[in-house]
Design a protein around this ligand. Sequence first.
Ligand SMILES: Nc1ncnc2c1ncn2[C@@H]1O[C@H](COP(=O)(O)OP(=O)(O)OP(=O)(O)O)[C@@H](O)[C@H]1O
Length: 763
Amino acid sequence: MEQKSSLGEEQAYLDALYRRLDGMRAEAAARLAEKMRESGGTPQERSQRDSAVTMYTDQVAVLGAVENGLCFGRLDFAGEAERRYIGRIGVFDDRGDYEPLLVDWRAPAARPFYLATAAAPLGVVRRRHIRTAGRTVAALDDEVLDLDDAGAGAHDLTGEATLLAALDARRTGRMRDIVETIQAEQDRIIRADLSGTLVVQGGPGTGKTAVALHRAAYLLYTYRQQLSKQVVLILGPNPTFLGYIGQVLPSLAETGVLLRTLGGMFPGVNARRAEPDEVAEIKGRAVMADVIAAAVADRQRVPDEPIEINIEGETQLLLQPATVRAARDQVRRTGKLHNLARPDFDTEIIHALSLQLAEKIGTDPYANDALGGEDAPGDPIIFDEADLAQIRRELRREPEVLAVLDWLWPVLTPQQIVAGLYASLTRMTAAASGLLTLAEQEALLREPKGGFSPADVPLLDEAAELLGEEENTRRERVAELERLFQLEYAQGAIDIALGSRSVDLEDEDDPELLMGTDLLDASRMAERQQFDAALTAAQRAAADRTWAFGHVIVDEAQELSPMAWRLLMRRCPSRSMTVVGDVAQTGDLGGTSSWDDALAPYLERRYRLTELTVSYRTPGEIMDLAAPVLARVNPALAVPRAVRHTGVRPWRLTGDLSMLVKAVSEWSGDGRLGVIVPAGLLGAATAALPEAASGARADLTSPVVVLTVRQSKGLEFDAVIVYDPDRIVAESPRGDGDLYVALTRATQTLGLVSPGPIASLPD
Ligand SMILES: Nc1ncnc2c1ncn2[C@@H]1O[C@H](COP(=O)(O)OP(=O)(O)OP(=O)(O)O)[C@@H](O)[C@H]1O
C-alpha cells in the first residue's frame, strides 16, 4: 500500500519534471531556429551569432540526451524534512525563486547519493532509487540508512537491488552509463582532483571504463570553464571499442570530448594498416626516438665528393664536402628544427658559393664578359657588399643551386621520414645501426603502399617534432580541416535541430561522409559560415597535432608502448591525466606489466595509484576458473571479488571447430554471444560461422560475434564461448594474459570448447 502511494507520489513528481524538460527543450529549439534564420551583419555580429548557434545546438543536444532516466534517485535528510531528487542534469523551477527540482548527479549536493552508508550517513536517512521505463516510474528501491544495519552486506553495495538489476540486464552491444548505481569506490575516482596523474588499476569488469567515462563527464561539469576550452581527450584501444563506448557520454549529456585511438592521433593520417605484433613491438620501443632523430639527421647530407654546379651553363663552381659539413654543423648549432633551419643552411651555402663565384669573376674579368676574349685582361675586380648581395640573389635563382640545396637539406614531411626509413635498408641502417639489430631493421622494411599502422603514429609524431612545420603548410592544413569541419558542423546543427544526436566519434572513414539530411543543405549552411566558422574546441583539437589537452583519459592503458606514452605526454604537458587499465591483461608485446615502468620516464613516482577491487561483470563461478590464470600472469595481483554468483558453472565440450559450430547453434540465450578464438583460427572460425559478425570492425549488436582476444578487449557479452584455450596461451608470449581476458568477458555464462584436455586451466 505504502509502495503504491510512493509510486504515485514519484510519478507525479516525474510528470512535473518532464513537463519542465519539454518546456526547456521548446525554448532552446526556438532560440536555435531563430539564430539560424538570421543572416548578414558585421563580422563581429556574425561571430556572436555563430557562438550562440553553437551554444543552443549544445543545449538542444543535452536536453535531448537526458530523456531516459532523467531522474533516478531521491535523498531524504534527517530533521528538516529536506528532499533532493537526483538526475542526469540540474533542473530549476521556472517560477518563483527558481527552486532546484532536480540536482545534477555531478553536483556536490548529489554526492551523498553515492557515498552515504549506514555507518556514515552524511545526514541521509533514506536513499531511494527510482527505476523508470520511459516517463513511467517502474519500481522504487529504498535503503534506510540505519546504524543498526551498519556492516551488513558482503560488499557494502549502494542500491543493491537496482545495481543487480542493471548487472543482470541483457547486453545490447553498446555500453550503458552507470550513473544510477555508481559505487562508493568508483565515486571516489570519478570525483578525484583534476590535477596530477591518477592511475586506476583494476581487474576485469571492475568498471574501469565506466569510471573513466563518468570521470570525463564529472570533470567537464566541475571545471567547465577551463576544460571546455582545452578539451578532454579519451584514448581507447581500437575503433570497435570506441563504437562500444560512444553513446555513454552523450547519454550523460556530454559531447565536448574527443574520442580517439592511437591510430587517429596524427591529423591527416588514418593509420589502419595491419602488421605483425613483433613489428609493432619494435616500433614502440623508446629507442625509436633515437632512430627517428638519426633518420632526420641522415637527411642533412654531406657529399663524399665535391659537387659541380654550373651557373648559367658556363661558370663552374665546386661545392666542397668540407664547406657543406661546416655549414651543416653551424646550422645544427642553432638548435632549429630541420625544416625551419633550411633557410639558414641555404644562407651558409649561398654565401660560400657567392664568394667562390666572385673570386672567379674577379680573377677572370672575361668570364662574364658578353663580348668575350677581345679585350686584354684587366685588373682583378673588387666586389663591394652590394655586388655580393646581387650575386647571392642570382645564385638563389639558379636551378642547379636549388637542386643541390634540396638534395643536401630537403624540406621533409614526417611521412617522408618514416616511410623513407621503411623503404630502404640503406637508410634504415644509417639511422638504426647500434640501436636495432640487423634482423630488427629488416623486419621494419615494407612495401611503400598501404598507409601507416597505429604503431607508426608515435613515430610520425616524433618526426614532426624534429622537422617542424613550415607555417604555410600548417595553415593550409588547418584551412582544409576547417572547411571539412564547417561541413560537419553544419550537418551536426541540422541533425540536432531535427532531433537526432551526434557524437564526436573518431571518423575512421571519409570525413565528408554525411548522414541524415541533405548534403546540399549542409554545404549551403557551411558556405554561409565560411568566414566565421564556429569550430568547437574539440574539433580544433582534433585538427591540431600540437594541441595541449586539459585532461587526458587513457583506457586499456597497459597496452601503450613507450613511444605511445611519449606522444601522449606531449599532448598533456600539465600531466593532468587519468590512466585506466589492468597490467594483468596486457596483450600487446610493446605494452607494460608495470605502471612504474610505463610512467617513470615522465612522472618518476609522482602519480596516485588507486585500485578497483570488485568485479561487476564477471560472476563468481567464472572468476574462480580465471584465478589460477591470473596467478600465472602476476601472483601479486588480487583476484577481483565478484559482486554476484549466477549458480551456473562454466561448461566444457571436447571437439574441433564443428563442435564449436554445434555449441553456437545450440545456444539458446536471447542476449549476445561472444565467441573468442585464437587469432590463427579467426578465418576458419568465421568461415564456419557465416551468420556471425566478426573481426576488427564487428557489429557488436549482432546476436553472435566471433573475435580474437585482442578484438574482445574491454568488451562484454551475456554469454561467451572460448575456443581452444591452450592455443590462445601458446600463440603469444603474453598468452596467459590473453586467456585471462578471454575468460572474463561474460556477464552470465562461459563455455569452453577444446580439441583435447585443457592444460592451461584446472579441471
Ligand atoms: N556501479 C556500477 N553499476 C552498474 N554497472 C556497473 C557498475 N560498475 C561497472 N558496471 C558494469 O560492469 C561492466 C564492466 O564494466 P567496465 O567495462 O567498465 O569494466 P572494466 O574494468 O573496464 O573491464 P575490462 O578490464 O574487462 O575492460 C559493465 O557492463 C559496466 O556497465
